[in-house]
Design a protein around this ligand. Sequence first.
Ligand SMILES: Nc1ncnc2c1ncn2[C@@H]1O[C@H](COP(=O)(O)OP(=O)(O)O)[C@@H](O)[C@H]1O
Ligand SMILES: [Mg+2]
Length: 181
Amino acid sequence: MCQEQKGFTLWFTGLPCSGKTAIADRLAQVLKERGLKVERLDGDVVRQSLCRDLGFSRHDRDENIRRVTFVAKLLTRNGVAVLTSFISPYREIRDEARREIGDFIEVYVKCPLEVCMARDVKGMYQKAIRGEIKEFTGISDPYEEPLQPELILETDRETIEESISKVLNYLRQTGYLEDNT
Ligand SMILES: Nc1ncnc2c1ncn2[C@@H]1O[C@H](COP(=O)(O)OP(=O)(O)O)[C@@H](O)[C@H]1O
Ligand SMILES: [Mg+2]
């Protein structure tokens, strides 16, 4: 019988426009090409489906992450490579996700606020600065940096491909990915 793939969750956290979605989407493709079972859980998608009823208060942000944690836990224990991309600004709830999921790799997608603001993919920073969006992380809501993430990707200094290589190397070193894949 062939060996069962060991599941894990790559938990991408960082400011809006830091590059979570771009990196996780591309990495998901790469892992699929290597034959892994892969699922993506992305903030924008989840907030239109599973968490449609939630806003951006501390309470609702925590509830958002709790629901995602529940799903990621089920997938992880069934041998899936789960890639989540959520701002997930609060340390306490990320630590709760870590405890629940177990095979949990926290990836801090690090990028200076000025660079994120210049990218402003969806024009949200501009709206937040004009006061049209309340509770916007980085402008009017806090972001608590990870203290001991497994990985830090510095997206103002490395390309998406370099960031992906870092993650793949980590997965190989920790045995989640076979050397020959
Ligand atoms: N090195 C890099 N890593 C990740 N994204 C980058 C990088 N350089 C430029 N970008 C761009 O920055 C934007 C990040 O947006 P996105 O991935 O949607 O951010 P987030 O999901 O964190 O809000 C994308 O348009 C991406 O192509
Ligand atoms: Mg995103």
